[in-house]
Ligand binder design. Sequence first.
Ligand code: ATP
Ligand code: MG
Length: 211
Amino acid sequence: MIGILGGTFNPIHHGHLHLAERLEQILGLEATRFMPAAIPALKDMPNVSAKQRADMVKLAIAEHPHFALDSRELDRAGPSYTIDSLISLRKELGNTSICWLIGSDAFAHLNTWHRWNELLDYCHFVVVKRPHAEALIFNAEVTALITSHQTHDIDALKNASNGKILIQEIAALDISSTQIRQQLALKADVSQLMPSKVINYIRQHHLYENT
Ligand code: ATP
Ligand code: MG
């Protein structure tokens, strides 16, 4: 069973790493892939490229034996849709269980994703609550999806390659990339929030200096 953590990773931080480490332990994942999304160059962040976001992910996970960068969304032209990544992952992985790891803030908007109704044909979702995220109340469409696919049993994820939703309690860290970008623009200390190798990379490349 493998985990996929999609995100913009702008930049990657200890919240992402902690999430992946805890879920690796709890679920017994063989490997976890970090999959940066290709986002259009944001107006207020013209100097951070997709390659740089991927480079920072690589630095952050380098020492972790079971973590890898999956750059398929960056290699593909056009908008990156999760459904396309899942279709290509499924081709590659056969019937291995795939767990899409996701914070409650992102999962809450799942019904806005391209072809969202088909996502569970390719993966499971493992949802964790982010600190300060609102209580786990979802809109009607997401709630209906949970109702029809939820399991409380990790073995159910292992016994099927896709199709289940597990809401997993972890003590998530209260860190976000938004907060880090703000701190960096203020030249504040971010050493508790992300790996030092990533901080060095940010300084060398003068990223996030005026966001
Ligand atoms: P931003 O503030 O720019 O939105 P972010 O910190 O939310 O950045 P993303 O790259 O958007 O980071 O997140 C990727 C995935 O990781 C999402 O599913 C998100 O919910 C989850 N995630 C991010 N930070 C944490 C955290 N501290 N604890 C648990 N999950 C997290
Ligand atoms: Mg986010």
